[in-house]
Design a binder for this molecule. Structure first.
Ligand code: FMN
Length: 197
């Protein structure tokens, strides 16, 4: 039988999981996590399931003072895929990189030389690491969200982050204080995603 303390832990874990909500970078303002809080959030990633302990992903922090470089990559990626993009659209693309106090890029390491673990397992490990970070940020009272967008898959982004041949950018993780909250989205029912063999 579970003790009262166990039930409290379970209750807290379920509340944390079920109240986490995506917050887009444009709804995340200051204050963001401080250095110690960032380390705690990043540390949670390292507790993700990881078959053969390859650490098949990595996180690249993008400090505020280097966000303009990401903005340029966004603008250049836009100009390349749409030569008719206007200066206003390019400026909007640049500004996206400035949003949110804490920003990091999650990258999957799919190099076969890293070890004999299927890329799909590595991606799952990365997803677990990302979820750990989202949950810890939420537990600290911050809002957090993932973002992707077409520029994520661009040559410019690969160049900026110096991604190696077998590395794949997965998403940006942004953490900060929610400036305007949104109602919770409905979750799928168990029957939507479970069946019995
Ligand atoms: C890999 C990944 C990339 C995402 N990229 C975006 C994005 O570019 N823009 C966005 O609004 N949401 C993005 N999301 C967040 C989803 O929109 C969000 O998780 C979904 O709406 C469910 O909401 P919830 O997280 O509050 O449950 C992304 C989620 C994942 C897993």
């Amino acid at each position: 039988m579970e003790s009262a303390a166990d039930l409290e832990v379970l209750d807290a874990a379920l509340t944390l999981i079920h109240t986490r909500q995506h917050a887009s970078p444009k709804r995340l303002g200051e204050p963001g996590p401080d250095r110690a809080q960032i380390d705690t959030i990043l540390g949670a990633a390292g507790a993700a399931p990881d078959h053969r302990r390859l650490t098949p992903w990595r996180l690249i922090i993008i400090p505020k003072e280097r966000r303009h470089l990401l903005g340029e990559a966004f603008a250049e990626a836009l100009a390349e895929r749409d030569p008719e993009a206007t200066e206003v659209q390019k400026q909007e693309a640049r500004e996206k990189a400035l949003r949110g106090p804490f920003l990091a890029l999650a990258v999957a390491r799919l190099d076969p030389d890293l070890g004999d673990i299927h890329p799909r397992e590595r991606m799952i490990s990365a997803g677990c690491a990302i979820q750990n970070m989202l949950l810890v940020a939420h537990a600290m009272g911050f809002g957090a969200g993932l973002s992707s967008g077409r520029a994520l898959y661009s040559r410019q982004l690969r160049q900026l982050f110096r991604l190696a041949e077998h590395e794949q950018p997965l998403c940006f993780i942004c953490v900060g204080t929610v400036t305007n909250s949104k109602p919770a989205k409905p979750r799928p029912a168990l029957s939507d995603y479970t069946s019995t063999l």
